[in-house]
Design a protein around this ligand. Sequence first.
Ligand code: 5AD
Ligand code: SF4
Length: 440
Amino acid sequence: MSAPKKLYIKTYGCQMNVYDSERMAETLGASGYVTTDTPDDADMILLNTCHIREKAAEKIYSELGRFKPLKAEKPDLKIGVAGCVAQAEGEEIMRRQPMVDLVVGPQSYHRLPAMEAKARAGEKALDTDFPEEDKFEHLKARPKAQRGPTAFLTVQEGCDKFCAFCVVPYTRGAEVSRPADRILSEARDLVERGVREITLLGQNVNAYHGAGEGGDWSLARLIWALNEIDGLERIRFTTSHPNDMSDDLIAAHGECEKLMPYLHLPVQSGSDRILKAMNRKHTAEGYLRLIERIRAARPDILISGDFIVGFPGETDADFADTMALVEEVRYGQAFSFKYSTRPGTPAAEKPQIDDDVASFRLQELQALIVRQQREVQESMVGRTVNVLFEKTGRLDGQMVGKSEYLHAVHVQAPDVARGDIRPVRITRSEPNSLAGELVT
Ligand code: 5AD
Ligand code: SF4
């Protein structure tokens, strides 16, 4: 048998890309590849790209430029671009960077083995179709390698919402939900391989409506079915849209034992005028009342969000509305971005606001969010949380894991193993984590 070929994948962007990169590695396993952590000894380099913000394509071109000496040294090295930049740029990538052998869009990863063979034969391989079939269905029969305690599981892809700033509906295509039985069998398989926590992924995960027994299933129904799997201890999901927070999903947050008290629910802005221009189809008040209902179902839930500042037309008053909304919600976690024009999206056509103004607003918002994150973390001190331990820490005998609320917690716990869940009393809040001690 010949020595395995080495595959180096660099992943950019969201958790869906992390999931896709893992599955691409497994798919190419069938072509004799094992993964490597460095591009230097690779036979194939794949960049799994993200197009959501900033000059993503330009960054990829300069990253590709850095591989030029490696390719000159190793003519057999194959270089591929996957993900949303591949989808958006297509053939243009090979025109601008002729050393690229393979360009594959996010819906075509199951075709990688054939594309790899084509590239090996010295031809260019390009596939940015949106095929009907499930791109990872073929992995059902894969060998059962042991996994870490947490895993992502993609349940739906694409988006039909068309927020005016966002490229996802164009790069990932229309919303498609995977059938429930496939998701459940993938989940059971993950649990057999050591996984104790599954995060269900989707660009619009709570719009999930996959085919299941008795008709289409909602995300809540899927979560209740996962709740039945022995050995699976924790369920999370991300990312959600406020308009798809259905009653059964809100109720599940109060009733479903394995569903964790953490919800990432982006609102983007606190100004109704801007929300309308963003095509969000909800108001700030509607979002606040929704948060109230979710907290009524699960009072201790930690709320997370996404914000965009400097959207075209945003005034000081609009920005003040965003700050007021944040004050009212009290986020445990939030991500904020300066608006960035995405070619082909409606907002890109609008007059853009001054960059210094946008930068100033971003700083203000981030300072408020950091303050809230600290307050929520500090409120944990003295409380006992359950920690799922994931890895060893930097100090001798230290283990690091996550609480129900997704806070990283480090504990002196030499006898605890990866995958154990233990009660921990929080003793200290640090900038990006909590410290605690095992409750015996
Ligand atoms: N500019 C800035 N932020 C954006 N996001 C999506 N598109 C853009 C854009 N054009 C942010 C949104 C979204 C998160 C994943 O990325 O806040 O929720
Ligand atoms: Fe983009 Fe809006 Fe769809 Fe989220 S809901 S993926 S922000 S279009």
